[in-house]
Design a protein around this ligand. Structure first.
Ligand code: NOJ
Length: 526
């Protein structure tokens, strides 16, 4: 295991999550791509972020918008191909921004040559052994091998037709049927992942966000779930589909490759809410960082927020790894909407941006958060998330948080594309939310984010912990190790803040008579 510097770059970095379909469209087909991202790189420079997390851009039929990978070592033409990625990497590095990529090791696309070969091969053949094929239940094999459900809804098994046309075995897919789960007990699978890791790291990528990092290993006997059915990505404690101890070996394998690239980082998507279990993923020979989703689930409520922060700090300290913070991502409702929507939701999201950026450890900003974008209510006819179909139209899915970014102008598509026909329709009232409308407005969300990130950069140290200060109910007040104090009023009435003159570093809204109005946060220097 390679010894890491005490304070590696990622331990305090601000990451910008760039969802390529939605960030910027360079070729006018209505879908974002890497040429578009390159053309808009200055947005990230002005924002002041240290690194990008790029959602999957590998070759994919896009059944789950890139999380169904058909060739893990090439970039899809939809996004501009691998040359576009190389150009983006070069320009980002010149701008001092590192680029991390999504890695999808739990499953492939059904269009991956391995799965195509598996379908054309006999049950029990080596090609089938790369995935999780089983005979069905019952004398005719007509029932699925167990009761597991897909995270997207419906059964986690799909039956195939064998070469002679008869109904045959079943294969496991924890997500869409187009995303067959790999068999990590087959040595070909980790060997191929190592090639993929080195392929991108050698190209200059600074690490990976690891999709479903708690999901690759399955218990050998595939026992039934106690409760069949769970909401999207929200796991119970004893769910046999996830968090099986076999993942340890897989993460150690990934880490041993990463140790050859000591500047690179791995961030696991770990939907595990028991702190001791979570911490296991971050042992010194496993992942560097883990996404902790307590804050993503918390409402704008002082007790909930405090407990989310405490839990994340406790999990990270158990692991001896920096805590990570994020308010939203491409899988969850945007925070403006989660906090109540409208002007109230926006004020709360502003306040929470200050909480996010005060806390020690890396922060992840989902594209559009810096503009205060809300979730969009989309009509049924345009929904694209596989969750909508697989849930039998009972879950609308995640499209509402993936609507393209508005850049300029007053009319759709606000500079996102030259085509008004964007892959998800943009609302007609987003003119005031564009980057152009916000960039010179000292009271805008974008300006708040820029200031907060710049101030954060100037801080000597973020440390690993915080100290809670006594406060009224409804208020969160904490002091960071470098002395910065953050106070958030999540209550219904203004509260006095004893702020000595000249000590307010940044406020998310106007302060009145030394009082902190509801839905406002302030940074105070000591
Ligand atoms: C988690 C990703 O964040 C989500 O977008 C994706 O659908 C699933 N993993 C399956 O890859």
């Amino acid at each position: 295991m390679t010894e890491l510097p005490e304070d590696p770059w990622w331990s305090r970095a601000v990451f910008y999550q760039l969802y390529p379909r939605s960030f910027a469209d360079g070729d006018g087909d209505g879908v974002g791509d890497l040429h578009g991202a390159l053309a808009r790189l200055d947005h990230l420079t002005h924002l002041g972020v240290d690194a990008v997390w790029l959602n999957p851009v590998m070759v994919s039929p896009m059944a789950d918008h890139g999380y169904d990978v058909a060739d893990p070592r090439d970039v899809d033409p939809l996004f501009g191909g691998i040359d576009a990625l190389d150009r983006l990497l070069g320009a980002a590095h010149r701008a001092g921004i590192r680029v991390t990529m999504d890695l999808v090791p739990n499953h492939t696309s059904a269009a991956h040559p391995w799965f195509v070969e598996a379908l054309a091969s006999e049950p029990g053949s080596p090609a089938r052994e790369r995935y999780i094929f089983r005979d069905g239940a019952g004398s005719d094999g007509a029932g699925p091998p167990n009761n597991w459900v897909s995270v997207f809804g419906g059964p986690a098994w799909t039956r195939v037709s064998e070469a002679d046309g008869r109904p045959g075995q079943w294969y496991l897919h924890l997500f869409d049927a187009q995303q067959p789960d790999l068999n990590w007990d087959n040595p070909e699978v980790p060997a191929d992942l190592e090639r993929t890791l080195r392929f991108w790291l050698d190209r200059g990528v600074s690490g990976f966000r690891i999709d479903v990092a708690h999901g690759m290993a399955k218990p050998p006997d595939l026992p039934d779930m106690a409760e069949a059915g769970s909401p999207l990505l929200a796991l119970g404690r004893h769910d046999p589909r996830f968090n099986h101890d076999g993942v340890r070996r897989i993460h150690r394998g990934i880490r041993s490759v990463l140790d050859d690239y000591p500047d690179a980082v791995t961030v696991g998507e770990i939907w595990v809410f028991d702190n001791a279990d979570f911490a296991k993923y971050l042992r010194p020979d496993e992942l560097h960082l883990g996404f902790n989703f307590h804050l993503v689930r918390a409402d704008f409520d002082a007790a909930e927020l405090r407990s989310a922060i405490d839990n994340s700090l406790a999990a990270a300290s158990l692991a001896g790894s920096p805590p990570t913070w994020t308010l939203s991502n491409h899988d969850v409702e945007r925070e403006v909407t989660r906090y109540g929507g409208g002007l109230v939701g926006l004020a709360r999201a502003r306040a929470m941006a200050l909480v996010l950026l005060a806390l020690p450890g890396p922060a992840f900003i989902y594209n559009g958060s810096e503009l205060g974008l809300p979730n969009v209510e989309l009509p049924d006819s345009v929904l694209q998330d596989p969750v909508w179909e697989r849930s039998g139209h009972t879950e609308r899915g995640r499209d509402g948080c993936r609507v393209p970014i508005p850049w300029s102008g007053d009319v759709v598509p606000y500079g996102f594309s030259t085509s008004p026909d964007t892959w998800l329709p943009m609302p007609s009232d987003w003119g005031p939310l564009t980057v152009a409308a916000q960039q010179d407005d000292s009271s805008s969300m974008l300006t708040l984010y820029r200031r907060a990130i710049a101030l954060r950069k100037g801080r000597s140290r973020l440390g690993r912990g915080i100290c809670w200060l006594p406060s009224d109910p409804g208020v969160l007040a904490f002091r960071c190790e470098d002395g910065l104090t953050c106070v958030l009023n999540a209550g219904a009435a203004a509260v006095p803040v004893p702020v000595p003159d000249g000590k307010v570093v940044l406020a998310s809204g106007p302060l009145t008579d030394a009082a902190l109005p509801p839905d406002t946060a302030v940074w105070i220097s000591t």
